[in-house]
Write a protein of this length. Structure first.
Lengths: 499, 498
């Protein structure tokens, strides 16, 4: 095997080169021909997705840079969707950014660097490379949140995001250092081997390290009680940046959780399983109940994110302790499907917010959606589909996300937590879904049952209209024929774990 | 059944297709075209259900017109449709009621016409899907998806308190369905990774698990039926919904719950069903007697009929849980009959509401003087509502009472009080609204029903009389399937101890 094996890292290399080229090219295009930079960024993203698609078609697990880096089917699927998500952010955000004077070259370059960080996180096979990717992604995002530098709220959000994000990174790094100290390696595969064969200096240090790693991951996911930053940052950041934070990085955190917890620390599953269970229940409860009280749509979606992440966590810890490779693959492919559909749906919901926003008007209150059905039946319908998908009502894709998580939960058994615990956890989860349904329904109510207070026509660029419509319809189409995406996630996960 | 057209798929997807078409192309300025297309869609939808009747082999107990294709491989879920004697009439009933609703809304709905008709057509296809699904997951998806159009119908075209009613309707029913979802996933594993309903019928489950499953199903279906004491969403939803919404709600959506008992609770958890039958019978009787009294004191006509619906559905659940052929057949006949009768009652109230904009009994009186033809129709439906022999209402109630007496004399006795209570609330309302002196100037100015309203009421009157005078075609079709179901329910599913 070629130790360098650059091919496995081809998408990242392509993206890094493209981002640097766009950085330089934009200086020459200037304000007048900014759309060229925009188009080039989209081309770069399509290119990344295409390369990932080609690698995915090969269906192999390949290591690069002497094992620091891994290109596997799961990573390639996630990278494709991450590239798609960043592309949609740029398409949805163009009008918003133009109106607010942040339509600059650095917007594209930083967004591409966020994606690069996300992709490095997804493919990292070494504790330090994970950290590297995380910081690349986070630093680019801190800058993006503060990109409207005269906006007090955005600056405050950036500050909070930076301080708490640094704390989370610190947690993760501290945990990693303990893992290194105990197992004597930074390589994730070797970490697992050393734990399995008992070549560890101190099991206590290993478990303590796991606690810090899980806390760091929970911070990044926004799971309760590490969720404090999330509503303020979602609310304060410019909307395109909010959705950028809410989409691609979630896929990356999922991948990092997979690398660390499953590929690295599966022998300790009995230790981290109850931690994730507690995080899941707390997130479901706090996220969904607090979301009811919100009048601001961005804050509501922030709390709903907390609840959704709680639901996804349910799949991550089922079937891991005392289960087989098959139950682990089943559970984590359910979580993977969940996080992908969550990203798609959230992109669309924030897309509607950006569609309604215009110069000097953010359209971020739930009341701003009043009578949308009168103003634009089509986009009201799109938002209806997105809300029902987030609520998990069939025939939208969100239902299958909830279904496969429940299926994983009941099928995987709970190992150390006992058999009937899974059933009661499932009941708790669906009851909080009922609470969640209330606030998603309220958005539909405002759009359909109330009279509009604002009758100005909705203007948007044609590519945004098309993308937003496709995004909304995809939620329905994937709900009627979910088998392909489900199979894609399942096969990728089986290949990654088995190969 | 080889080489026939996929009638069931057509019955499901044709109305949905027309609904989507109307939603996409219809605007208020071409409302006339929208109405015509909606009617065409509803009629076509009814037309494709007719071969289900003509081609149905009454001697067979199993599923007919079966369509099966792999759908979600990862979950081993199939696109599996089929009807048997339990469900075939509901498919036809749904398509029939949809035609009625489309005609009934013709001149009444003037805002957002396209969305109104699209919602009803899509709802119709989804409800047929519930009755035709032979795969647990497919059933659940259709079952839940019906909530979306109904939520919109109540919330957009409903009365003054529509938002409250729409939320109450949605959240109440969702609570039950979510618990059922957990039960479905549990059964999926119990059956070795299958969502096939037929496979679930053969799964052996210990009694404690059966009881929990039964309760999960009970949560979903009892809310939908609705059974006392989780019935409180129904009067609100009925009062606030537009006439068409009330008709579909009473005529078909309530049947989804009772049908669920037939398809899930009885055959999948028979031991739990026997164990808890006393409980179901008890609350069914409460619905029949207590809710009957509640109906008596209502001052709002729609509320009165809503409570009478709950009482009648109490009869249905009673018939199902006495576990004998005549009781179960009576329950199914009662469901179909209630579809016609309650639909007709809500249409009658709609006819008066369109003219007077009041549902208050006290605002009426002496309507017969100004609307004699209407009064005749409403007479028939009020009589059917209280179970007069010769109308469809009698057949089902009589069967269920026979079945109940066979089970236990006193249960039958308590159930039979409905004949008095039903007559009391139906006829007393009829008397106050229709007979007597002309109450006020508004009543004096009423115009009698036009050709469109006449057609709608005449169609339903024909159905009520046909079913009342000659119920054989109905009971013939379901006989074999009911016998098979009861044989199934008779067998214990508790795994034998080693």
């Amino acid at each position: 095997m070629d130790k360098l094996n650059l091919l496995a890292a081809a998408p990242e290399i392509f993206l890094a080169v493209a981002a640097l080229l766009i950085l330089v090219a934009d200086l020459f295009f200037g304000e007048a021909r900014r759309s060229v930079s925009y188009a080039l960024s989209l081309v770069a993203l399509v290119g990344v997705a295409a390369i990932c698609g080609v690698l995915l078609a090969q269906d192999t697990v390949a290591y690069a840079f002497d094992g620091l880096y891994v290109g596997d089917p799961m990573g390639n699927v996630l990278k494709m969707f991450a590239a798609l998500a960043v592309g949609l952010v740029l398409v949805y955000g163009q009008g918003y950014a133009r109106d607010r004077g942040i339509w600059h070259g650095e917007l594209f370059v930083l967004a591409l660097f966020v994606l690069l960080g996300v992709m490095v996180m997804i493919s990292a096979n070494n504790l330090l490379v994970i950290y590297l990717g995380l910081e690349l992604q986070a630093l680019a995002l801190y800058a993006l949140v503060a990109v409207r530098r005269d906006d007090a709220r955005a600056t405050e959000a950036a500050m909070k995001y930076f301080v708490l994000g640094a704390l989370a990174s610190g947690f993760l790094l501290y945990g990693m250092s303990m893992l290194y100290g105990a197992a004597g390696t930074l390589d994730i595969n070797e970490l697992a081997r050393n734990i399995a064969t008992g070549k560890v200096a101190s099991r206590a240090a290993l478990v303590l390290g796991t606690v810090f790693v899980v806390s760091g991951l929970a911070f990044k996911l926004g799971a309760v009680p590490f969720h404090m930053w999330l509503p303020d940052v979602y609310h304060g950041a410019p909307t395109p940046i909010t959705v950028l934070i809410g989409s691609a990085p979630k896929l990356a955190v999922f991948a990092v959780a997979f690398r660390l917890l499953v590929e690295g620390l599966l022998p300790l599953a009995a230790d981290w399983q109850p931690m994730l269970a507690a995080l899941a229940i707390a997130s479901l409860a706090v996220g969904n109940v607090t979301a009811i009280a919100q009048t601001n749509l961005k804050r509501m979606l922030a709390y709903s994110t907390i609840g959704q992440m709680g639901f996804m966590l349910l799949a991550m810890f089922s079937g891991v302790a005392g289960g087989s490779t098959m139950t682990v693959a089943n559970a984590w492919s359910a979580a993977m499907f969940y996080v992908i559909t969550y990203a798609i749906t959230t992109l669309g919901a924030f897309g509607i917010v950006m569609l309604l926003a215009r110069q000097g008007f953010e359209a971020e209150e739930i009341a701003d959606l009043k009578g949308l059905n009168r103003r634009s039946p089509w986009y009201a319908f799109v938002m209806l589909l997105l809300m029902f998908s987030l609520a998990g009502i069939p025939p939208t894709v969100g239902f299958y996300a909830k279904l496969v998580v429940l299926q994983a939960l009941l099928g995987g058994g709970m190992g150390g937590l006992g058999g009937s615990a899974a059933v009661w956890l499932a009941v708790i989860a669906v009851l909080f879904s009922l609470v969640a349904a209330f606030y998603y329904l309220r958005v539909v109510k405002v759009m359909y049952f109330d009279e509009p207070t604002d009758s100005r026509p909705i203007v948007a660029a044609p590519d945004m209209r098309v993308a937003l419509s496709v995004n909304g319809i995809s939620v329905l189409v994937l709900g009627i024929v979910p088998q392909y995406l489900l199979a894609l996630c399942a096969q990728a996960m089986v290949r990654t774990l088995g190969g | 059944m080889q080489n026939t057209l996929p009638w069931l798929s057509m019955a499901i997807w044709l109305p949905i297709l027309f609904g989507v078409l109307i939603l996409g192309a219809g605007r208020d300025r071409n409302a006339g075209v929208v109405r015509a297309v909606a009617l065409a869609g509803a009629l076509l939808g009814l037309l494709v259900t007719l071969p289900l009747y003509s081609g149905f082999d009454a001697a067979l107990a199993g599923l007919q017109f079966v369509e099966k294709a792999m759908w979600i491989e990862r979950l081993n879920a199939h696109y599996h449709l089929g009807v048997d004697g339990l469900s075939v009439w509901f498919v036809i009933l749904t398509a029939f009621i949809t035609v009625i609703v489309v005609i009934a809304g013709w001149e009444v709905i003037e805002s957002r016409v396209a969305q109104y008709y699209a919602a009803f057509l899509i709802l119709s296809g989804l409800m047929i899907g519930v009755f035709a699904a032979a795969d647990g997951l497919l059933f659940y998806i259709f079952f839940e998806a019906t909530l979306i159009p109904m939520y919109i119908i109540i919330g957009v075209w409903g009365g003054p308190n529509r938002v409250y009613a729409a939320f109450k309707f949605f959240l109440y029913t969702l609570l039950g369905s979510l618990l059922m979802l957990v039960a479905l996933v549990y059964l999926y594993y119990a059956a070795g990774g299958s969502f096939d309903l037929a496979a679930w019928h053969d799964v052996q489950i210990a009694l404690p698990a059966q009881v929990l499953l039964f309760l999960a199903f009970f949560a979903a279906f009892s809310v939908k039926v609705p059974m006392w004491p989780v019935h409180t969403w129904l009067p609100d939803a009925h009062v606030e919904a537009p006439t068409g919404g009330s008709v579909v709600l009473a005529a078909i959506m309530l049947k989804l719950g009772a049908y669920g008992f037939l398809r899930f609770s009885l055959p999948i958890t028979p031991d739990a069903a026997h164990e808890l039958a006393w409980f179901i019978i008890a609350i069914s009787l409460v619905a029949v007697v207590y809710v009957g009294f509640v109906a008596l004191v209502q001052t709002d006509m729609k509320k009165l009929v809503a409570y009478s619906s709950i009482a009648h559905m109490g009869f249905v659940t009673l018939g199902l849980f006495v576990f004998n052929q005549i009781g179960v057949e009576g329950a199914i006949v009662q469901m179909i009959s209630h579809g016609f009768v309650s639909g007709a009652m809500f249409l009658c109230i709609g006819v008066m509401y369109d003219r007077m904009h009041s549902r208050n009994i006290a605002d009426y009186g002496g309507v017969v003087n100004t609307m004699p033809r209407f009064a005749a129709f409403m007479m028939l439906f009020a009589m059917a509502n209280c179970g007069l022999p010769g109308t469809s209402g009698f057949v089902g109630e009589f069967y269920v009472i026979l079945g109940a007496v066979k089970h236990d004399f006193w249960v039958g006795m308590a159930a039979a009080t409905t004949l008095i209570l039903g007559a009391a609330y139906s006829l007393w309302m009829y008397k106050r609204v229709i007979f007597g002196e002309v109450a006020n100037e508004q009543v004096a100015e009423l115009t009698d029903i036009g050709a469109r309203e006449f057609l709608v009421l005449a169609l339903l009157a024909g159905a009520v009389l046909w079913m009342g005078l000659y119920p054989k075609p109905f009971t013939d079709l379901m006989g074999a399937s009911v016998a098979d179901l009861l044989a199934h329910v008779g067998q214990s599913k508790i795994p034998a101890a080693q």
